[in-house]
Write a new protein. Structure first.
Length: 483
């Protein structure tokens, strides 16, 4: 967010003392209003609502070692329930506008890497175990210490990288950019649209949504992102009813036949904490848990720093307020996700959409969590928002987060090169964790070759060593005889 916008979004004088709900949530103290928090909560929900469709598809499409599938209706219920409960807990306990839900990428690891080696109950038990170990790291202070050890410029680079990453997610989710199959023998990995050109009504909805969003942002219209999402959803519903649209992707914007749907809690509690050790080797289990922890650990770190920085909530030393509680709740979310068979739940970078709407406190989380709770019963009507209507918000938020790049000293190579790699690797590899890892390794290497190794915090050395194993996991597995 630009400095001008930040000034406009905050009072010029110290806010008056506030009591009651305002005081509890620190709404006025953080320069926000109830209106901004509510709009932000809705914006975050609508940019995250796709997980209610996508998580059941990813987990439901895979088979475990014994050929069993998970029920799609039960998965939808579990996904919505964990997102609702943990988002509200994060709000009340962490006082950050940071929503949580089943983690993309992590659910794919569970579905396609872990489940084929064991039963679903065993696989979800590993998720619970991963979450418990993360909580231990938080309680011992190690997780928070790692975050404090990161140089301020690297934190800014993480935020910028996430901005580009989230914008890229928006372009891909909307179908504006698509992957070119390897069989095409082309020289580039992605292309414009599905065929190298923009075509179809869904793409038109996305393009109009981007234009509407940036136009409203430029005019500094309150609720710009939410207005765009709602407006383009209505447009999409009209287009879908009037035109012959072959596919909108995961979500079709049409008025549902039934408004209410009964939740099915059948998957809750179906996990085996140590069952995996009886299905595969201990080395394999340890490596799987290590991969889950490392990905969850640094994805959350990047997300928390990025959201807090964009909301202007970092203190003078660049630290996140209530960080210990935030990280503990995030670890507990992983436990809850595994216990509910919804895969590991984690902090969502899409929360930046709410921040872009002005959300600064946990009150926005009550709105987002409340919407996920309603989704338990109102899934048919709440999931009509197509990705093409929600994705423009991600592109706009990408721009807002990108503005922090000006704070990085690009003339100082020992920080500029690691910052660049952090920023570039995130969107190019579609992973926050990969970007952070590349930046850490480059930072440690450059400090060393410049004779400044003593300036690197020992925790960064340890984290970089873990990332080295993470990036070299395939040869490590072969060396240990896992493959």
């Amino acid at each position: 967010m630009s400095e001008a916008q930040k000034v406009d979004d905050r009072p010029s004088a110290a806010p008056p003392a506030a009591g009651g709900v305002d005081g509890f949530f620190k709404i006025s103290a953080r320069g926000s209003t109830f209106g901004r928090e509510i709009r932000g909560g809705f914006a975050t929900f609508f940019t995250m609502a796709y997980i209610l469709v996508l998580n059941p598809i990813i987990l439901g499409s895979a088979k475990d070692k014994f050929g069993h599938h998970l029920d799609a209706v039960q998965l939808t219920t579990a996904t919505a329930l964990v997102a609702a409960v943990m988002t509200i807990i994060m709000g009340v306990g962490g006082n950050l506008p940071l929503a949580l839900a089943a983690g993309l990428g992590l659910n794919a690891v569970v579905a396609f890497q872990i489940a084929p080696l064991m039963s679903w109950a065993d696989a979800m038990g590993l998720i619970v175990l991963e979450g418990l170990l993360i909580c231990v790291l938080v309680v011992t202070g190690l997780r928070e210490a790692v975050m404090h050890a990161i140089p301020q410029a690297m934190k800014q680079a993480i935020s910028v990288g996430i901005g580009l990453f989230i914008a890229f997610i928006g372009f891909v989710d909307a179908g504006f950019a698509t992957r070119i199959p390897d069989a095409a023998n082309t020289t580039v990995p992605v292309q414009l649209g599905g065929t190298g050109a923009l075509a179809g009504w869904p793409i038109l909805v996305f393009c109009l949504g981007v234009l509407l969003t940036i136009g409203l942002l430029a005019r500094k219209v309150k609720g710009a992102i939410l207005i765009s999402i709602v407006t383009m959803t209505v447009v999409a519903v009209v287009i879908n009813a009037a035109a012959d649209v072959k596919s909108w992707g995961l979500t079709t914007p049409k008025v549902p036949d039934d408004i209410l749907a009964s939740p099915d809690f059948g998957l809750l509690g179906h996990f085996s904490l140590f069952g995996a050790f009886g299905e595969t080797s201990a080395i394999t289990v340890v490596l799987l848990v290590f991969t889950l922890i490392l990905s969850d650990f640094f994805d959350t770190m990047g997300t928390v720093v990025g959201i807090s920085a964009e909301a202007g909530l970092l203190d003078e030393e660049g630290k996140v307020p209530n960080l210990g509680r935030v990280l503990l709740i995030d670890g507990a979310a992983a436990v809850a996700g595994g216990a509910a068979s919804a895969s590991s739940s984690t902090s969502y970078i899409e929360s930046a959409a709410g921040v872009g709407e002005g959300a600064r406190t946990d009150f926005a989380n009550l709105v987002t969590g409340g919407m996920f709770a309603l989704a338990l019963f109102l899934t048919p009507i709440l999931t009509i928002v197509p990705l093409q209507a929600a994705a423009p918000a991600l592109v706009a938020v990408g721009f807002l987060m990108m503005t922090q790049v000006k704070h990085i000293d690009w003339d100082k190579y020992e920080i500029a090169i690691p910052a660049f790699l952090t920023i570039a690797v995130m969107p190019f590899t579609y992973s926050i964790t990969n970007g952070i890892g590349a930046g850490f390794l480059a930072y440690v290497l450059i400090k060393t070759v410049l004779g400044k190794a003593k300036e690197v915090h020992w925790l960064l050395w340890a984290a970089s060593a873990l990332f080295l194993v993470y990036f070299a996991i395939d040869p490590v597995e072969q060396l240990l005889g896992v493959k």
